[in-house]
Design a binder for this molecule. Structure first.
Ligand code: IPE
Ligand code: IPE
Ligand code: MG
Length: 249
């Protein structure tokens, strides 16, 4: 598949979040070291961002490094951080040209100084860009994010203990200025969220691709978008209500 039909184009997600999994297996199947797979994986980010621009998906979020990935071997972690630095150095120009705003979610204090510095500088440099939104989840875990959000919420509402309304609490999540993801794509055939956007994904559609991340090309992304476009999102209502809105009040 390489094109979306006009109907599919009318039904695209606004926010796609991708769990970029399978770099290690991709490399292993070629008898190459895991970091070779990560390098190929980083190269693939550009193709996904380009496809998002081509079809008009304004928000892309990429799960790049999880809280639990901190338990990987030291050489793999430092290799990943160097790849992150290389990626941002290389992409800053096209981000400015294309109007891409970079954001990050996750605990950046747990990154090495050089990586945190370039992430923060790129966020600062691109903060006026308004066309597209690229968010990197770095040292990110949803449970940890929620605990940080509760602490921040309590700091601002210290007067009396109370049960917050969701709309008052959700801005304290690190995704506070992003819409909820409409579609979550995971590559490499794994059917799990691995601590990614657990609350934000409450009504996200989930698509699992059998391809390893370095092989998840434009056509695979288009196929996921077309699959999404054909689904009916009911948000708890009945199918009939979706087609003929009934006033419930
Ligand atoms: C995803 O690929 C990248 C990161 C988690 C950083 P993996 O490294 O998890 O690849 P597999 O799952 O071992 O194949
Ligand atoms: C999820 O992949 C994290 C990222 C893609 C950054 P993992 O490979 O770490 O997930 P598990 O361990 O298989 O659940
Ligand atoms: Mg994995």
């Amino acid at each position: 598949m390489n094109q979306l039909s006009p109907e599919e184009k009318n039904n695209l997600p606004r926010h796609v979040a991708l769990i970029m999994d399978g770099n290690g297996r991709w490399a292993k199947s070629r008898r190459m070291p895991r970091l070779f797979g990560h390098r190929k994986g980083v190269e693939n980010v550009r193709s996904v961002v380009n496809t998002a621009k081509e079809v008009g998906v304004p928000y892309i979020t990429l799960y790049a490094f999880s809280t639990e990935n901190q338990n990987r071997p030291r050489e793999e972690k430092s290799g990943l951080m160097k790849l992150l630095e290389e990626f941002l150095k290389k992409e800053i120009r096209s981000m400015m040209e294309d109007g891409i705003r970079l954001r990050a979610i996750g605990d950046l204090s747990g990154l090495p100084d050089f990586a945190r510095d370039i992430v923060e500088n790129t966020i600062e440099q691109t903060k006026g860009n308004k066309n597209w939104n690229l968010t990197l989840a770095l040292n990110y875990g949803s449970r940890q994010e929620v605990l940080r959000a509760i602490a921040r919420y309590n700091r601002d509402h210290s007067s009396t203990p109370h049960l917050p309304k969701w709309d008052d609490f959700s801005p304290y999540l690190e995704t506070g200025d992003l819409p909820d993801p409409d579609l979550i794509i995971r590559t490499s055939g794994e059917f799990r969220l691995s601590n990614f956007l657990l609350l934000q994904a409450a009504y996200a559609e989930i698509f699992v691709s059998p391809l390893h991340w370095p092989d998840f090309d434009r056509n695979a992304f288009i196929e996921a978008l077309a699959n999404y476009a054909r689904r009916e999102r009911r948000f708890g209502k009945t199918s009939e209500q979706i087609h003929q809105p009934i006033h419930t009040s």
